[in-house]
Write a protein that binds this ligand. Structure first.
Ligand code: ADP
Ligand code: MG
Length: 332
């Protein structure tokens, strides 16, 4: 049994770029680099906003707003801050778009598998059946006037692991825009916003992880300006139990990790919340339905990496992407 955490490599990357600041928050290493415009004040504002988001949206910390909603499932609506309502509105939007493949009420299933924790396990089929019956975003009730959230049935639980970091990255962008910062790389545990352009006016170069190799090994590079780049993949968080790998994107249909021939999906979008929610949604939907969803949502682009080492790109992504690992082949 093996659980991998990205901590070491991110910290290494951070020593190479002394201007960057990193902190363990939102359950991951968050690194922000403001280059020549970095100041203790701006970094202070950025990281305290990240901690505030964690204090509202984490499921692992006690007494967050999300935790209170979960504790009160089937009992009563819970007053919540406006930022959580904003994230839940978006989560429901993606649940609708993905026909439930993405579901913010996936919490009970995430807890049963506990992938990424110290004690991952394979739930019994009967336990999976019972847990699946607790997952349904239509039983998540948001009262916008009262600013409350309610889970209709006891045992239900929210999990915002597939969307909260995207929201947080967009919040970082707002702070930087207010401070009139021109360029930055925001990396919230691999959820990236390449803000502005490089100092020479050229696009940022963002590596796309090789899902079959060590973290930090890229199969290619995306050249983008002011875009969010987010990948969901089988390598992000997984447990090895009895020689088989179980990764952390779970099927709301059958209750098991999603196996559909995809190794990773990278989404490139103007807003990180879209890129984050969509990377998980599209991965869970699979290539055919996932690509159709992306193409219905202009101007969002995607890169699909398959187990047989083929790569498919939407047309916009193709223009930004350069393949560097010849083991993989880019399909037309
Ligand atoms: P990462 O956390 O590595 O950025 P994702 O954005 O793809 O990866 O989110 C995966 C996380 O989302 C899981 O760890 C879990 O907390 C949650 N999750 C798993 N399956 C689903 C699903 N079908 N719908 C919504 N959230 C999910
Ligand atoms: Mg996601």
């Amino acid at each position: 049994m093996l659980v991998l955490f990205p901590v070491c490599l991110y910290l290494l990357a951070c020593t190479e770029a002394p201007e960057a600041q990193a902190e363990l928050v939102l359950g991951t290493v968050c690194t922000i680099n403001l280059y020549e415009e970095g100041s203790p004040q701006v970094y202070g504002t950025l990281f305290s906003r990240l901690r505030a988001i964690e204090t509202t949206m984490s499921v692992t910390m006690a007494d967050t707003a999300v935790d209170r909603i979960n504790q009160n499932a089937g009992i009563q609506p819970v007053p919540v801050p406006p930022d959580l309502i904003e994230v839940l509105d978006q989560a429901i939007r993606y649940a609708v778009l993905s026909e439930g493949a993405f579901d913010p009420t996936v919490g009970p299933l995430v807890q049963r598998w506990a992938i990424g924790s110290e004690h991952p396990r394979i739930p019994e089929p009967a336990e999976i059946e019972a847990t699946l019956s607790l997952i349904n975003w239509q039983d998540l009730v948001i009262d916008h006037d009262a600013a409350t959230v309610f889970l209709r049935r006891s045992g239900m639980a929210l999990d915002l692991g597939a969307i909260a970091k995207g929201y947080a990255a967009d919040e970082m962008v707002k702070i930087l825009q207010n401070a009139r910062i021109k360029r930055a790389i925001i990396d919230l545990g691999g959820n990236i916003f390449a803000y502005g352009a490089k100092q020479n006016g050229l696009p940022w170069r963002i590596g796309v992880q090789n899902p079959l190799d060590a973290r930090g090994t890229y199969l290619g590079v995306l050249a983008v300006q002011h875009k969010s780049v987010v990948t969901s993949g089988v390598y992000e968080r997984y447990a090895e139990i009895n020689g088989k790998r179980y990764h952390h994107i779970l099927s709301t249909q059958d209750g098991y990790p999603v196996y559909n021939g995809l190794l990773s999906v990278t989404i490139i979008a103007d807003h990180s919340i879209d890129a984050d929610a969509l990377s998980t949604s599209v991965f869970a939907l699979g290539y055919e339905k996932g690509r159709a969803l992306v193409e219905s949502l202009n101007p969002i682009e995607a890169i699909f990496v398959f187990e047989d080492k083929r790569i498919q790109c939407t047309s916009g992504a193709l223009a930004w992407f350069t393949l560097s690992d010849s083991q993989f082949s880019l399909m037309p």
